[in-house]
Design a protein around this ligand. Structure first.
Ligand code: PLP
Length: 478
């Protein structure tokens, strides 16, 4: 029943919410009921939706029934343990509860005073995460929606760091005094680096893609050479983005060597640890972030491999004030008496509004414990190594890259006589066939021009049997 205000009355809400929670629990308990990759064709979902909004109120039970009827067939199940594509993300139970509570509270932590608990919890939970990954104590953290935005903010801070450029005040257009500014990353870095350069007006062409070595890690010697050439030509090396856990293979750039180059050239060092940073929660895998203490900023996504529902990305900056200098702007209607004495998260990014994402991260870390999280990450890496060993033991299958974390890149090479194009097409067909089974979902990438299959093991509920089933399907599809 609707209240006179049009919203559900409280008792109707209570009943519907209980049914929704039952629905969620059943969904999580029976992932096999749905094909992992949606079988919807373009337009299928749209065709089942009315073209115009309802003029009058509709009963909540009808709306909820439509979630099953209309929405579910068009869902690709990222929360299925056999989701092996891209990087898996998990809505863990405490994370889902955190999302529910934050939806009910619906606070906007733009200022400390607009929800002191949201701000202070975010500060503390990011200190916890920092400690779990072995990052320096002084680093300042802020939660954003995605790694792409975190990297954008980091590069905006990098652009602001050389104060003499005065870009915040004077902009970049029409300025003969500004040098061309360069950003460097490896040929394996994520496209979010390019997008940040585009957005910040640095220009797509000014992102230098440094070649990687045999294990897909940035070559620090070539980075240095590129910077030297730029300086000789009057260009300014602004920032380097090192990746620890690249998207295709999870290769880990040599951060320490890169940091030394950055120091010599006065460039900002940002680390994209969106995926790989989570591995550092396992003490024996801290090497993943070796040298990170020398960086200026780092992003890690709890919504990737730390079992927190999307969206939740943690951006750390060695000096929070530089980030603040890039973005803080306080119009009168947002001024408070406590300005400067407390953290107002609106000062650390583009958006004014600040979602209460810290709540779900806090609930995840508490419910798992730091050791519980590390145990899952460790298990995923072990499963990836086991899958790699199965692949290596078959004469017609080849590993395409080292397996430092939990992603395995590989291909089927049945005959030496197949051309490169035929091999690509053959592996593409295998992938589509496995995905069409509905039992597993994997994706592909290109490595040195060759199309390879890619299994990323990072979902909380992935067990050995899911990986074994995916491997059996792959073999059956050759
Ligand atoms: N960096 C790396 C290494 C990634 O793999 C990804 C996405 O997979 C991103 C950044 C972008 O992440 P987001 O979707 O949070 O922007």
């Amino acid at each position: 029943m609707s209240s006179p205000l049009g919203d559900l009355d409280v008792e109707t809400f209570r009943g519907a919410a209980h049914r929704v929670v039952d629905w969620m629990a059943d969904y999580l308990a029976h992932p096999e009921r749905h094909p992992v990759l949606s079988r919807a064709e373009p337009g299928d979902v749209r065709r089942t939706l009315p073209r115009h909004p309802p003029a009058g109120a509709e009963p909540i039970d009808e709306i909820l029934a439509d979630v099953d009827r209309v929405i579910m067939p068009g869902i690709t199940h990222w929360n299925n343990p056999a989701f092996f594509a891209y990087f898996a993300i998990s809505g863990s139970a405490p994370g889902i509860l955190g999302e529910m509570i934050s939806a009910a509270l619906n606070v906007n932590a733009m200022l400390w005073k607009t929800s002191p608990a949201a701000t202070e919890l975010e500060e503390v939970v990011l200190e916890w995460l920092r400690e779990m990954m072995g990052l320096p104590n002084e680093w300042f953290g802020v939660i954003t929606d995605t790694a792409s935005i975190s990297t954008l903010l980091a590069l905006a801070a990098a652009r602001e760091a050389p104060v003499e450029l005065a870009i915040r005040e004077r902009g970049m257009a029409g300025r003969a005094d500004l040098p061309v500014m360069r950003v460097y990353c490896s040929d394996q870095a994520h496209s979010s680096v390019d997008k940040a350069a585009i957005t910040l007006g640095l220009g797509y062409e000014n992102v230098t893609r440094v070649a990687s070595d045999d294990a897909f890690r940035m070559r620090a010697d070539l980075l240095e050479r590129a910077m030297a050439e730029d300086v000789a030509a009057g260009r300014r090396p602004l920032a380097v983005v090192a990746t620890t856990g690249t998207t295709s293979t999870t290769s880990i750039d040599p951060v320490r060597a890169i940091a030394a180059v950055c120091k010599r050239y006065g460039a900002w060092l940002h680390i994209d640890a969106a995926y790989g940073g989570a591995a550092a929660t396992a003490p024996e895998m801290r090497w993943v972030l070796d040298g990170a203490e020398l960086a200026d900023s780092l992003v890690v996504n709890p919504h990737k491999w730390l079992f927190t529902p999307v969206d939740c990305s943690a951006l750390y900056a060695r000096d929070g004030d530089t980030l603040k200098r890039a973005f803080a702007l306080v119009p009168e209607y947002l001024a408070t008496a406590r300005q400067g004495q407390v953290v107002d998260f609106m000062d650390y990014g583009v958006q004014l509004g600040h979602r209460f994402r810290a709540l779900k991260l806090w609930m995840v870390i508490r419910a798992f414990g730091a050791e519980g999280i590390a145990a899952r990450v460790r298990e995923h890496c072990a499963l990836a190594r086991e899958l790699a060993s199965w692949i290596e033991s078959e004469p017609d299958w080849q590993l395409s890259a080292p397996v430092p974390l939990s992603v395995v890149c590989f291909r089927h090479v049945p005959r030496a006589t197949m051309t490169a194009e035929e091999l690509d097409a053959h592996n593409e067909r295998i992938m589509h066939q496995v995905n069409a089974s509905g039992e597993a979902y994997l994706s592909h990438t290109k490595l040195r021009g060759a199309r390879v299959l890619r299994i990323a093991i990072g979902h909380l509920r992935t067990e050995r049997r899911h990986v074994a089933r995916a491997w059996a399907l792959l073999k059956a599809c050759t």
